[in-house]
Design a protein around this ligand. Structure first.
Ligand code: MG
Length: 161
């Protein structure tokens, strides 16, 4: 078995949204957006890092550098798909993935089910192997002050036949 851990944070843009707020591949209606070279999907970035970590492959910045214009505004589903493809190419399979999004706002409860479905589709696993949870920052710290959104993810891989 292999375990992987991922974490990511993106801060909110000053002022009104310049682009959609995308979390776990789902466009969440909100009046603000996140700063990022790609589409700033913190959940997909944390999951991608967890998978790369389980494979001993460094991190998302090694594979998709933010200095590369190719990655500007890029759909983070492509990063996650790249990591999932590596899992299968190397002869591993997913046992499960679990993730937490930390956001004071917007309220993410109504979108968690769709995020699960998106993650399961990209990883090619059943939705019941995917956990997505949302936490506020209890109005303290940079999450609670609505300065940023963070995400954490773990993944477990197996290579039993
Ligand atoms: Mg990121």
């Amino acid at each position: 078995m292999r375990i992987g851990l991922g974490h990511d944070t993106h801060r909110f843009e000053e002022g009104p949204a310049r682009r959609p707020l995308v979390l776990g591949g789902v466009a969440v209606p909100f009046h603000r957006s996140l700063v990022g070279h790609s589409d700033a999907d913190v959940l997909f970035h944390a999951l991608t890092d967890a998978i790369l970590g389980a494979l001993g492959e460094g991190d998302i910045g090694d594979v998709f550098p933010d200095t590369d214009e190719e990655n500007r505004g890029r759909n983070s589903a492509e990063f996650l798909k790249y990591a999932a493809d590596l899992v299968y190419e190397r002869g591993w399979r997913f046992e499960n993935v679990d993730a937490v999004i930390f956001a004071q706002a917007p309220k993410l409860g109504p979108y968690k089910a769709q995020m699960k479905i998106e993650i399961a589709r990209i990883l090619d696993i059943p939705p019941e192997m995917v956990g997505v949870k949302a936490k506020t920052g209890e109005r303290v710290g940079f999450i609670g002050r609505e300065e940023a959104i963070s995400a954490e993810a773990v993944v477990l891989l197996e290579n039993d036949p």
